[in-house]
Design a protein around this ligand. Structure first.
Ligand SMILES: [Zn+2]
Length: 255
């Protein structure tokens, strides 16, 4: 029997622009999980504690450590402190259990996964992309990254300058194997819509959109995001937070 696909979104780091994402999601009946870390990044304004609390009324707040380090490179006690204390910090602000975690920079190893599990989380998100199913709640992959595509828009290193089509190059093999053909690769929006339709067609368990709200400013992607969320709304999907997704997948014995 065909089941309805789950649709979930997540937004990293806790930028103040997340408030705009939150409004867009709500406008189309979607929910998000916001993985918040207190330290400023990329010279951006971050959410205040009051804003985090307000966000938690409509969406889920997940932990993302205190200082956004590469966890696998830290001594075990320090990594543990980053994980445990970020959970406590957010629970103190929202007054709600914080049960989802996101690995900063997608960095983790088996030891870090154990620490996250021991800290009482139900699951953790990675930065793996172009996936429609999961096998372990503590290595939850994503489907679509809201970022510059097909051409790079960050020129902060020689390597990147020499590789303008890096964003496409990193994904083309997988896109091809999913059946998103090259004539859809011209823009993020056309690639994303096709990817979504492919997910529906293959009866995927979920579609997980994620991103960084400040990049939507930097890459001029607000209209794309708006149009994509509007597009998704036309289909019969079930919108869930990351935690709800993990619970549903467990119920279905997918995890
Ligand atoms: Zn992050």
């Amino acid at each position: 029997m065909m089941e309805r696909m789950y649709f979930t979104t997540s937004w990293d780091d806790g930028y103040q622009r997340d408030l705009h994402v939150s409004n867009l999601l709500s406008a189309y009946g979607h929910t998000g999980t916001f993985y918040v870390s207190p330290g400023p990044q990329h010279g951006q304004h971050m959410l205040t504690e009051e804003e985090i609390r307000k966000l938690s009324d409509r969406h889920e707040i997940g932990a993302h450590t205190l200082s956004h380090p590469r966890l696998s490179r830290l001594p075990r006690e320090e990594a543990q402190r980053e994980i445990v204390e970020s959970k406590k910090w957010l629970e103190g602000i929202t007054g709600r259990p914080c049960t989802m975690f996101c690995y900063p920079k997608g960095d983790f190893d088996a030891g870090i996964v154990s620490l996250v599990r021991e800290a009482g989380f139900e699951g953790a998100r990675t930065v793996e992309e172009l996936r429609f199913d999961a096998s372990d709640p503590f290595t939850l992959p994503t489907t679509l990254y809201a970022t510059a595509f097909p051409v790079r828009k960050e020129w902060d290193s020689v390597r990147k300058i020499l590789d303008p089509l890096g964003p496409l190059r990193a994904r083309m093999k997988r896109l091809w194997s999913i059946g998103v053909s090259p004539w859809r690769w011209g823009s993020w929006l056309s690639m994303s819509k096709k990817l979504f339709l492919k997910a529906l067609k293959r009866d995927a368990a979920f579609f997980h959109l994620w991103g960084h709200s400040w990049q939507l400013d930097q890459y001029g992607m607000w209209n794309d995001l708006n149009e994509f969320l509007q597009f998704v709304r036309k289909y019969d999907v079930i919108s869930l937070t990351n935690r709800e997704l993990v619970r549903k997948l467990k119920d279905r014995k997918d995890l």
